[in-house]
Design a protein around this ligand. Structure first.
Ligand code: NAP
Length: 278
């Protein structure tokens, strides 16, 4: 029998993951409110994860769950509703319905790290976030860990086709070349990392999911300005020196990034932007 996989909050990352699972013959179900936006081949389960009443009666038992939902708004109550309450309610519902869950994956964020001086961080580093989002994600991670079969993937800044905010800023010559460190992962790599970890015999309980090359904003936007043929952004002192994310643990499992740095990932996006620019 094919494996039954639930992707709860099946948006950009979920759809990228689903493509791989479907190609392998898995039965893939996607939870979201707007089920018309699920990629082809995903079976819909229309649920509002923040409304326990709508969670009743899962359509089938599931072998794997990926919780990849994101908050509608950047405030504490929205974060808590989706990352803590929604996650806990879904897992309880599936357990009560007798789902034989082999593993539960949760896409957390590198926002759980509070380091702000350009330090390198890895899975063992202290998690002392300065802001509410990091604290709530740590609560969600604890729920996943308590499930006994949880794997947390702390993703850095996701980019990919359609996410052109930074490109537009550089194009409009509004970007600033600050020396702050940034960490990124292409949406296709997000899907591929989750798929890869699902196929690992004994995964660790937490991984950082970030590409091979943390870069400063200055380096990123200067490179983009050259690709776009616009003025080099003005250099600005680091206002918010950030952190650099190690992906050594993930790489030690054999994962190799499709887009190992922002250059490989952004090149086709910029080409597309230039072809279709206003
Ligand atoms: N964006 C980043 O840079 C970043 C960085 C680190 C980690 N992450 C995490 O990575 C994960 C995947 O991100 P993504 O880019 O794939 O996000 P996305 O495209 O926004 O997908 C998330 C999906 O969650 C669904 N959703 C939201 N609220 C829901 C609710 N109440 N009930 C049911 N479904 C709901 C949305 O669909 P509907 O609106 O149709 O319900 C949406 O399709 C998220 O967990 C996010 O927190 C993101």
């Amino acid at each position: 029998m094919s494996e039954r996989v639930l992707i709860a909050g099946c948006g950009n990352v979920g759809n990228a993951l689903a493509t791989r699972l479907l190609a392998e013959g898995c039965e893939v179900w996607g939870v979201r409110r707007n089920i018309s936006a699920l990629a082809e081949g995903i079976q819909p389960w229309r649920v509002d994860l923040t409304d326990p009443a709508s969670l009743r009666s899962p359509p089938t038992p599931f072998d794997y769950v990926f919780y990849t939902a994101s908050a509608d708004r950047r405030d504490e109550s929205s974060y808590r509703a989706i990352y803590v309450d929604g996650l806990r309610d879904l897992l309880q519902t599936l357990e009560a319905a007798g789902s034989p869950l082999k593993r539960v994956f949760f896409t957390s964020s590198t926002a759980v790290y509070g380091q702000q001086s350009g330090e390198w961080v890895d899975e063992q580093s202290a998690t002392e976030p300065a802001r509410f989002n990091g604290h709530i994600l740590l609560e969600a991670e604890a729920i996943v860990r308590a499930s006994g079969s949880g794997v947390v993937v702390r993703l850095s800044g996701i980019y990919g086709p359609g996410r052109t905010r930074l490109i537009e800023k550089v194009w409009n010559e509004e970007a600033e070349a600050t020396q702050s460190w940034t960490n990124r992962i292409h949406v296709e790599d997000c899907g591929a990392v989750l798929y890869h970890l699902m196929r690992i015999e004994a995964p660790a309980d937490v991984y950082i999911g970030s590409d091979d090359e943390p870069t400063t904003t200055a380096e990123t936007v200067t490179w983009m300005s050259k690709q776009l043929g616009v003025a080099t952004p003005a250099a600005v002192a680091a206002t918010r020196a950030n952190k650099r994310c190690h992906n050594t643990l993930l790489r030690s499992t054999g994962y190799r990034f499709i887009y190992s740095s922002f250059r490989e990932g952004y090149t086709p996006i910029i080409e597309d932007f230039l072809r279709n620019r206003p």
